[in-house]
Design a protein around this ligand. Sequence first.
Ligand code: SAM
Length: 375
Amino acid sequence: MRLVEIKEGKARIFIPDPKEYEKNGKFDPSWAPVFYNPRMMFNRDISVIAVSIISPKSIIDALAASGIRGIRYYLESNSPIEEIIFNDKSKVAVDLISKNVEANGVKVAKITNRDANSLLYEVITDYVDIDPFGSPSPFILSSVNAVKNGGYIAYTATDLAPLEGSAKKSCKRKYDVNNSKLSFSKEVGLRVLLSKIVREAAVLEKAVEPIFAFYNDYYYRVIIRVTRGAKRADESIEKLGYFYECEKCGFSGSSKDPIEKCPRCGNKVKISGPVWLGKINDDSFVHKMIDYLQNFSYIKNFEAVSILLHKILQENKYPSGYYNLEFIASKYKINVPAREKIIECLGDASQTHFSSKGIKTSKSFDEILECMKTL
Ligand code: SAM
């Protein structure tokens, strides 16, 4: 395997030379013997900032591949890290991790060549990182098991088709959610993922509190805090419910139990659930992320991270679910006014990072419609 050296954040790591694995001039990171995807740099940048705030002493990078995440946590987070377990079931990956860990002077590394699930049932840690191919579902129970009371877990999910309701059977299998493709599917997907995490954690009598969660490019990333207690777990479950959207008038909302008829016009609704209806971001954590970001002026995505954090802070004030202006406009055969104009007209609304066509507001559907018609 020919290696090339790349730089990401403060890390310099070796990865398989992409040129060696090109097919017809194209390259997909999953074709290389060890996975490294530069498109995930944004995900890792955000994670490094989050880990700086969480400040864990022990970390498990359970699906480590090249080791880039754990290495960046060590080099950039300023956390008092005493141990990072870098794990991957692939022997080639583990050999490369050893090389990268040494090249970056990571003094606290323990490298294991295990199945992540069996490892996670044997260890206890402050922070687990689950960054799989596709769905994190196979690793939810074991990661919740591995984290200390008050500890944190970060999950990446790239299987957007089931999560957003395009692949319903797959969503039922992987997340045990009856999903539909709704006009605000980008947010539905993240809340389907959180619902699964909450229900899995409850099996172990643990409660989940989302700390930071977002959608970007082709993935979701969620960071949760886990605490022990059956009663607390019950309270997390209480925050699950259903999204509905009317096939006729476009009205949407959420309810504790599934409904069949639109509360606005009485026609049939599409349903997704159970989904997480609680907050997906903790305001004080997002404020800290914004403060801490100043220490990361060297990252390539500095501007983009700053934009995301500010958007999330704004939209976090509003209830779950966003309104897709294009969808509403198409139902009522009207033009889509500029998003900023609608926000101004409503007076109490914000844009959303989930979609450039979406707004969030506590105002009613009919008030949105009124603004859209008059503008
Ligand atoms: N975290 C890496 C990063 O930020 O670049 C990328 C991880 S890659 C998407 C997923 C990795 O998980 C692969 O290296 C694969 O070998 C490993 N993997 C898949 N299933 C596993 C399992 N059951 N146990 C341990 N490792 C596994």
